[in-house]
Design a protein around this ligand. Structure first.
Ligand code: AHR
Length: 486
């Protein structure tokens, strides 16, 4: 029996809806084909944006979208992507497959996409190969209403009102593809760049510093010490890689051992955030600076026969369990984690959507986001799980993961059974429950949706009972549920 004990009197705060955010880079078929097909495409679109992808993102209430990268961000020059299409510069996307980028999707298109989805834009600017002036003018172009030459250019390009974009990333992975900088050097660069990111109107910018590569605790230490007071948030990147970077697990054909290794590595996110948070807290005990996990998710071998630079991978129940576990971890750390962005929305890494021509597939990971959406902007409540361990001798983890929140007089508990073999009898106590109902996503560990059939989706859950104020139910192997309790 797995026991989930809730304490509504104890809370880490409100779960920022942006924890359920996404990331879209000019990489493979994420932007082009996945989200943007152009106005002249036979694929149904509105102003060039695929209708099916936009509708799918709206259904999960996608709150924020990060763009244009990723590594691409530090080679991207925004002025190449504004103005008449035929005059836009063509460049080689050296990071991702060496394909020619025609810049047909630029600032106006990205902000139109966000408008259609109804989400906040998060723009990541170029520090690695850009200039302070370039970033300062991008902020001005997007946010100012004054009649400066930069703003007049925006008017000439068809947009009168400023967009008022809040979230600005100052470089990406500057410890790696963003310039191979040392933290001491980047800390100074961050201080300099952010100085010229001006406020226009009432729109308060959220200036996001490039944070560490996973467990590089020194990077966090140096950044907080030297630049903490100049930032509103700092990023953290952590990918779940089963195997090694040179020999990664296949996305759909994997063993039970690889399944548990993946889950064990995903579970590390909890310790990682706790340790990075502890460093941040020494410099920022008031929690003024947010932690933004703006790249996370599984990274498998690319699908056989696809361009290795396009990072296209299928998505199974294993990926769904990683999402369920990780989102529960983020909810539990909502006093520090203010945003997270799954990499990457469509056709790249752990996507929520896959496309092929005019066809679209919603992945099991998509359905986890659908199940968890009740947590957005809800008050997190303390949630303790006591359950047996599952896994192999090498990789074992707690069989059940859960998180809970309250909103509008209801409690939402999301719980997942991480075993791919055994059921879990679950009991939720601490609420004095009167009624409860649930929805569940489940399937074999390597089950997936494809363009021929999509058997995996959330469905109403049978057998959720209230007994003496407690809620009891059974989770099948690889089962993830959202239970609403009144
Ligand atoms: O998401 C793919 C890549 O992973 C991003 O471009 C980069 O920031 C990270 O290394």
């Amino acid at each position: 029996m797995a026991k989930i004990t809730l304490n509504p009197l104890k809370s880490a705060g409100v779960i920022n809806k942006n924890i359920y955010g996404h990331f879209s880079e000019h990489l493979g078929r994420c932007i082009y084909q996945g989200l943007f097909v152009g106005r002249d495409s036979a694929i149904p679109n509105v102003n060039g944006m695929r209708k099916d992808a936009v509708e799918a993102l709206k259904r999960i209430h996608a709150p924020v979208l990060r763009w244009p990268g990723g590594c691409f961000a530090d080679e991207y020059h925004w002025e190449d992507g504004v103005g008449p299409q035929e005059a836009r510069k063509r460049m080689v996307n050296t990071n991702w497959g060496g394909v020619v980028e025609d810049n047909s999707f630029g600032t106006h298109e990205f902000l139109e996409l966000c408008r259609q989805v109804g989400c906040e834009p998060y723009i990541n600017a170029n520090v690695g190969s850009g200039t302070v002036r370039e970033m300062a003018e991008w902020v001005e172009y997007v946010n100012s209403d004054g009649d400066s030459s930069v703003v007049k250019k925006r008017w000439a390009n068809g947009r009168k009102e400023a967009w008022g974009v809040k979230y600005w990333g100052v470089g990406n992975e500057n410890w790696g593809c963003g310039g191979n900088m040392r933290p001491e050097y980047y800390a100074d660069e961050f201080r300099r760049y952010q100085t010229y990111c001006r406020q226009y109107g009432k729109n308060k910018l959220v200036k996001i510093a490039c944070g560490p590569n996973g467990s590089d605790y020194n990077w966090m230490e140096v950044m907080m010490e030297r630049a903490g007071r100049y930032m509103d948030a700092i990023s953290l990147h952590y990918y779940t890689v089963c195997g090694t970077w040179d020999h990664k697990s296949r996305a759909t054909q994997f063993t039970k051992e690889e399944y548990y290794e993946t889950l064990k590595k995903a579970a590390f996110m909890d310790e990682l955030i706790a340790r990075q948070d502890a460093i941040m807290t020494r410099y920022d005990p008031e929690h003024r600076v947010g932690l933004i996990v703006d790249e996370w998710g599984t990274w498998h071998e690319v699908e056989p026969g696809t361009n290795p630079g396009f990072l296209y991978q299928q998505n199974t129940m294993r990926d769904a369990m990683v999402a369920a576990l990780t989102l529960n971890i983020f909810n539990g750390h909502c006093d520090r984690v203010v945003m997270a962005n799954l990499a990457q929305t469509v056709n790249v890494l752990q996507s929520v959507i896959l496309t092929e021509g005019d066809k679209v597939v919603l992945t099991p990971t998509y359905h986890v986001f659908d199940l968890y959406k009740e947590h957005m902007n809800a008050r997190q409540i303390d949630c303790h799980v006591a359950a047996e361990e599952t896994g192999t001798e090498k990789d074992h983890i707690c069989q059940v993961t859960a998180s809970a929140s309250q909103k509008d007089g209801k409690t939402c508990v999301t719980a997942a059974n991480l075993s791919c073999e055994k059921e879990a009898e679950v009991e939720i106590c601490g609420l004095d429950a009167v009624e409860a109902a649930g929805r569940i996503l489940t399937g074999k560990m390597d089950a997936y949706n494809d363009f021929e059939s999509s058997p995996l989706a959330a469905a109403d859950m049978r057998g959720v009972k209230v007994e003496g104020g407690k809620v009891v139910f059974t989770l099948p192997p690889c089962g993830v549920a959202a239970v609403t309790v009144k």
